[in-house]
Design a protein around this ligand. Structure first.
Ligand SMILES: Cc1cc2nc3c(=O)[nH]c(=O)nc-3n(C[C@H](O)[C@H](O)[C@H](O)COP(=O)(O)O)c2cc1C
Length: 229
């Protein structure tokens, strides 16, 4: 939290440094759209596998974009909690009382995006979102460590918090709750699934001949084609 009146930010200098910072520098992996699978699920799995093998930082971190009944968009980062490669569906969890939970209840459509700078790759998925049932939700929750389970019982996601005392109080209560009832799953812990109807794979090229391959679901199959970058 630097800056302020006594330390004015030089916007021009900041922008110049930003422009000088390397971007899409490579070495980047090869991508041949002609060899890409007919469906986007297997291509996602292929790209994710390579990201994991190459140690790309946090490849499971993705941005979820939603818009509620008012049409106002919101975006935030989430963890990928599961994939159904054959169906091109992606699972994530959140608190149904959060703004994204309200958005998805009012308008169950969303977009997911990943950006892996080390590979110069962006992936976008968009489609309807549904809520998975009690058993998979339970398995997702109880498969987590105690710290993560405690966090889920602490407060109401995105509600105003008065400060550290309230936070610590809520954490103490949540820790007791998890210790006393280790099998309990918060009623608002929700496992969502986005089933892609549109997918896009973007591969950077240091020479700026970026490649974009788009897919659209057509009933049981997919059509695909290149897009201008
Ligand atoms: C790396 C990272 C991973 C996150 N993973 C999740 C997640 O899996 N689920 C979640 O609800 N929030 C996650 N968050 C927090 C969200 O970005 C966000 O702050 C929170 O869900 C509230 O969003 P909302 O107010 O738009 O509903 C994560 C944040 C970061 C930076």
């Amino acid at each position: 939290m630097g800056g302020g009146v006594t330390d004015p930010v030089d916007d021009e200098a900041l922008l110049a440094r930003l422009r000088a910072a390397p971007v899409l520098a490579g070495p980047l992996p090869r991508f041949d759209p002609d060899e890409a699978p007919d469906a986007p699920g297997p291509l996602f799995a292929e790209w994710l596998e390579l990201a994991l093998a190459d140690g790309v930082p946090e490849p499971g971190v993705m941005t979820l974009s939603t818009a509620g009944a008012d049409g106002v968009p919101g975006a935030r980062v989430l963890m990928l909690r599961g994939i159904d490669t054959a169906d091109c569906a992606f699972r994530f969890t959140s608190d149904s009382r959060s703004p994204k939970g309200h958005d998805l209840a009012a308008n169950p459509r969303a977009a997911l995006s990943w950006y892996w700078p080390a590979h110069g790759r962006q992936i976008r998925m968009a489609g309807p979102v549904d809520v998975l049932g009690e058993e998979p939700t339970r398995q997702d929750f109880l498969g987590r460590g105690a710290t993560s389970r405690t966090a889920a019982f602490t407060g109401v996601m995105s509600a105003p918090l008065s400060g550290p005392e309230e936070f610590e109080r809520a954490q103490r209560t949540a820790r007791r709750q998890v210790a006393d009832e280790p099998e309990r799953v918060p009623g608002t812990h929700t496992l969502y699934r986005l089933r892609a109807e549109r997918a896009e794979f973007w591969q950077a090229d240091p020479a700026r001949f970026h490649l974009r391959l788009g897919y659209e679901r057509t009933g049981a199959g997919w059509t695909r084609g290149l897009l201008w970058p």
